[in-house]
Design a protein around this ligand. Structure first.
Ligand code: WT7
Length: 680
C-alpha cells in the first residue's frame, strides 16, 4: 500500500521524501598520499563486480595464512545463514601474531598509552605479544578448563591486556564477548546469561579523567546480580592495572576471584599451539542494541570476518606494516575489534591503545600522543571531533605531527565539523574517509577508497569493492541515483564480514535483517536476500551514499521526514554552536516537530538573539517545515560514556516524560538541570 504524503507534496511516497542537504564540493588526495597508497587501481571495482561474485573475495582471503585452504567460496544452501570459505582452517591469533615474527619480531605491535601522562608508554613488540598471549592461553585452557567453542565474557578497559586476552581466546578457539567497560555489572550479567558464559575476565582498575576507577567493584555487582537470576559466575579473573599491586579496595572472594598476574607465574614461557579452527567457527560475540528487545549478540566468524577486517583495513585505512596507526575508539565496540585489534594486527602494523578520555588533561592530549609516537593514521568519531573542536580548536597547530590519513565513523559528520577535521586536525595534508558500517557488518560497507575517489564532506562514499548497495522505498522499488529521494539502504549481496546470526535467536536474525525485502522465503539464491541495514540514505548523482541516520531517528514533520542530522548540521553552520542534537516532540497539527538542543563553544553566552539566529539558520538551510519548536542553549549534552549524545533523554525532557535510568551516563547530573530549564 502506498501512503501518500499529502500536506506538502502529493507525488511522493513516504519513503521517497525530498532531501534537503546542501551539496558540498570535492576534496582531492595529495599526490604524496597516492604515491604510497595500497590501492590506486580502479579495476578493483571490475574485479569485484556482481558477475565475479562471490569468487572476488578470494582477494581478501588471500591476505590471511590458512592451515588448510578453503574449497568453496560461499555456501548459500541455508540462506540467509551464509557460510564463507567453506572447508578452510585457520587461527586468528596465528594470523595476527605468530606469522609476523619472522619479519617483525622486534617491531612494536601495541603502543599502550596510559591516561596519566607521567606514566610511561608501553611499547610491546610482536615477540612480547606472542609470549604474553601464549602464557594466558595456556592458563585459560589448563587452569580454567576452557575449550574450543566455549564463551568467555570480558569487561575490560582500554589496556594492552584486552587484545592480549582476545587473542589468547582466539588461540584456543574460545569465543570472546567483550562488554564495553563503561557498562555496569548488571549489563555484563545480562550478556553472560544470554551467551551462556560463566567466566568473567576483568581488571582491578583503570584511569578515567585522572581517577582510578574501582572496576573490580563492577564484577562484584555482576556476581550479585547473577544470583538474583539464578545464574552463577564461576570465576572472576582479574588483571592488575599496575602489575604486582592490587588496585581495588574490594576483597577477593576465595575460590572465585583470581589475580591473573599471579597465576601467570606458573605459565612462564609456556607456549601452546594455535588451534586450527574452521573458517565458520565463531570468533567473537559483540552485543548491540536494536530498536526493541534485549541486546543482540552479533556472532562473527573466524575466516570471513578476519579476511574482511584485513582487506578493508588495507584498502580503506591504507595500513602498511610500517605505519603507526591510532584508532581512538574503544575496543568495547565493533570499531575497536575490527580496526584496533584484528585488522591492523593481521596486517602487521603498530596499533595504539589509549586508556583514557581524549580531552584529559586538556584538549591537546591527542596531538601530543600523535607527535610522541609518530602516528600517521588517525581514526575517530564525529562526536570526538566535535568535542576536541569545542574545547581546543587551535590545539592541533601547536604540535608537530603529520597524518597521511584520517577516518571518521559512527554517525553522519556535519560538513562544518568535517572541514575542521580536514583543515585543522589534518593540516590539509591528510585524506579523510567517512566510513559507514555497523556492528553487524564486521567492517566498512561504504566509503571512498582514499587513493581512488575524491572526498565529499558529510558523505560516506560509494559501496566498497564487492559491496553492492541499493536503496529501496517501502514497497521495494529501487530509488535511482540522483533522484534526490531517500529510502532504506540495503546490500544486495552477502560479504565475508557479515555476522553469522544473533546468538541464540536465529529467528530474530532473519526477521530484523532479511525479512524486509525478501521475496521468496525458502530461496537459496543470495539475490533474494538483500541485507536491511535500518538506515535511511540517499545516493547522489556521483554514486556516493549520504547516510541520514537510523530509520527510527527520522523526524516526521507533517509527513516530511527530516533527518535529525540535517537539522543538526544546519545549526552547526552558526559559528557559536559546538554541538547540536534534535529530538521530536509531539505537535497537534504537524504530528512531530523538532526541538533543538545546542551547546556553545567556550567564550559565548546564551541569548535570545542567538536562539533566533540558530532557528533562522535551520529555516534557511532546510525549510520552514524544519523550524524548531524551541532552541535550547544548554551547558552540556547528556552523554553516554562512549560520548554519544543521548537523544532519548533529551526527547524525554522535551516531552516532559520519564527519562528512565540515567545513572550510566557520563554526566547524569545534567539531566535535572535541563529538566528545570525546560519545565521551570
Ligand atoms: C549505525 C551503526 C560501525 C561502527 C560504529 C557504529 C551509524 C555508522 C556512520 C557514518 C553515518 C553512520 C548508522 C549505523 N553510522 N557509521 N560514517 N555515517 N552514520 O556501529 O553501533 O552498530 O552503529 O551507526 O546509523 O547504522 P553501531
Amino acid at each position: 500500500m502506498e501512503r501518500k504524503v499529502e500536506v506538502f507534496d502529493d507525488d511522493v511516497t513516504e519513503a521517497e521524501i525530498a532531501v534537503h542537504l546542501r551539496e558540498e564540493g570535492y576534496y582531492h588526495a595529495p599526490p604524496k598520499f597516492i604515491a604510497q597508497a595500497n590501492l590506486t587501481d580502479p579495476d578493483i571495482f571490475k574485479r569485484f563486480s556482481l558477475e565475479n561474485f562471490p569468487e572476488c573475495f578470494k582477494e581478501y582471503a588471500d591476505l590471511l595464512t590458512w592451515s588448510k585452504y578453503w574449497e568453496k567460496t560461499l555456501d548459500t544452501s541455508n540462506a540467509p545463514f551464509w557460510r564463507w570459505f567453506v572447508g578452510g582452517k585457520l587461527n586468528a591469533c596465528y594470523n595476527c601474531v605468530d606469522r609476523h615474527l619472522e619479519k617483525h619480531r622486534n617491531k612494536a605491535a601495541i603502543h599502550f598509552v596510559p591516561e596519566i601522562e607521567s606514566e610511561p608508554i608501553i611499547h610491546m613488540t610482536y615477540q612480547e605479544l606472542f609470549m604474553r598471549v601464549n602464557e594466558l592461553a595456556a592458563f585459560l585452557r589448563n587452569f580454567c578448563g576452557l575449550k574450543t567453542g566455549d564463551r568467555v565474557t570480558l569487561h575490560m578497559p582500554m589496556v594492552a591486556e584486552l587484545p592480549i586476552t582476545m587473542l589468547a581466546c582466539a588461540r584456543i578457539g574460545v569465543i570472546h564477548s567483550q562488554v564495553f567497560s563503561g557498562f555496569s555489572g548488571r549489563a555484563v550479567v545480562d550478556r553472560m546469561i544470554d551467551s551462556g558464559s560463566d567466566i568473567l575476565i576483568t581488571m582491578d582498575g583503570y584511569y578515567r579523567n585522572g581517577v582510578l576507577q574501582n572496576h573490580k567493584g563492577q564484577a562484584d555487582v555482576a556476581c550479585e546480580h547473577a544470583h538474583e537470576h539464578d545464574f552463577n559466575i564461576e570465576k572472576v579473573l582479574i588483571w592488575q592495572r599496575h602489575p604486582g599491586t592490587y588496585s581495588s579496595k574490594r576483597p577477593l572472594v576465595e575460590g572465585r576471584d583470581f589475580i591473573i598476574n599471579d597465576m601467570l607465574k606458573h605459565y612462564h614461557h609456556t607456549t601452546i599451539d594455535p588451534v586450527q579452527m574452521s573458517a565458520e567457527a565463531p570468533l567473537f560475540l559483540m552485543y548491540t542494541s536494536g530498536t526493541t528487545g534485549k541486546p543482540k549478540g552479533c556472532q562473527h566468524s573466524t575466516g570471513g570476518y578476519l579476511a574482511y577486517a584485513a582487506g578493508t583495513a588495507r584498502i580503506v585505512q591504507d595500513i602498511h606494516p610500517e605505519d603507526v596507526y591510532w584508532c581512538m575508539a574503544d575496543i568495547g565496540w565493533i570499531t575497536g575489534h575490527t580496526y584496533i585489534v584484528y585488522g591492523p594486527l593481521a596486517l602487521g602494523a603498530s596499533t595504539v591503545i589509549y586508556e583514557g578520555v581524549p580531552t584529559y588533561p586538556d584538549a591537546g592530549r591527542p596531538w601530543r600522543i600523535a607527535e610522541e609516537l609518530g602516528v600517521n593514521i588517525f581514526h575517530t568519531s564525529p562526536t570526538a571531533i566535535r568535542a576536541l573542536r569545542r574545547s581546543g580548536p587551535d590545539e592541533p597547530k601547536k604540535h608537530n605531527y603529520h597524518f597521511k590519513h584520517m577516518t571518521t565513523v559512527g554517525e553522519p559528520i556535519e560538513p562544518e565539523v568535517w572541514k575542521w577535521y580536514y583543515e585543522v586536525v589534518g593540516k590539509g595534508e591528510a585524506v579523510i574517509v567517512d566510513t559507514w558500517w555497523q556492528t553487524e557488518t564486521g567492517g566498512v560497507l561504504c566509503s571512498t577508497v582514499p587513493g581512488l575517489h575524491p572526498m565529499k564532506p558529510g558523505t560516506a562514499g560509494p559501496g566498497m569493492p564487492g559491496i553492492h548497495v541499493v536503496i529501496y522505498d517501502e514497497d521495494g522499488n529501487e530509488i535511482p541515483r540522483g533522484a534526490n529521494r531517500a529510502g532504506n539502504i540495503c546490500i544486495r549481496n552477502p560479504w565475508p564480514g557479515i555476522f553469522q546470526t544473533i546468538w541464540g535467536d536465529s529467528e530474530r536474525f532473519v526477521k530484523s535483517y532479511y525479512a524486509h525485502y525478501n521475496k521468496k522465503e525458502k530461496s537459496t539464491d543470495w539475490r533474494d536476500w538483500p541485507y536491511f541495514a535500518s538506515d535511511g540514505a540517499v545516493q547522489t548523482e556521483d554514486g556516493y551514499y549520504r547516510i541520514l541516520g537510523r530509520i527510527d531517528d527520522v523526524i516526521n514533520v507533517a509527513g516530511h521526514r527530516l533527518g535529525s542530522k540535517e537539522i543538526e548540521s544546519a545549526a552547526l553552520t552558526v559559528d557559536e554552536v559546538a554541538e547540536a542534537a534534535v529530538v521530536p516532540v509531539a505537535d497537534e497539527i504537524k504530528g512531530r516537530i523538532p526541538d533543538l538542543y545546542v551547546a556553545l563553544k567556550p567564550g559565548f553566552q546564551p541569548s535570545h538573539e542567538l536562539e533566533q539566529r540558530i532557528s533562522a539558520a535551520v529555516v534557511s538551510e532546510i525549510s520552514p517545515i524544519a523550524r524548531p519548536r524551541r532552541v535550547w542553549i544548554v551547558p552540556d549534552m547528556p552523554k553516554t560514556r562512549s560520548g554519544k549524545i543521548m537523544r532519548r533523554v533529551l526527547a524525554a525532557i522535551s516531552s516532559g516524560s520519564d527519562t528512565g535510568d540515567v545513572s550510566t551516563l557520563a554526566n547524569p547530573e545534567i539531566v535535572a538541570e535541563l529538566r528545570k530549564m525546560a519545565n521551570p
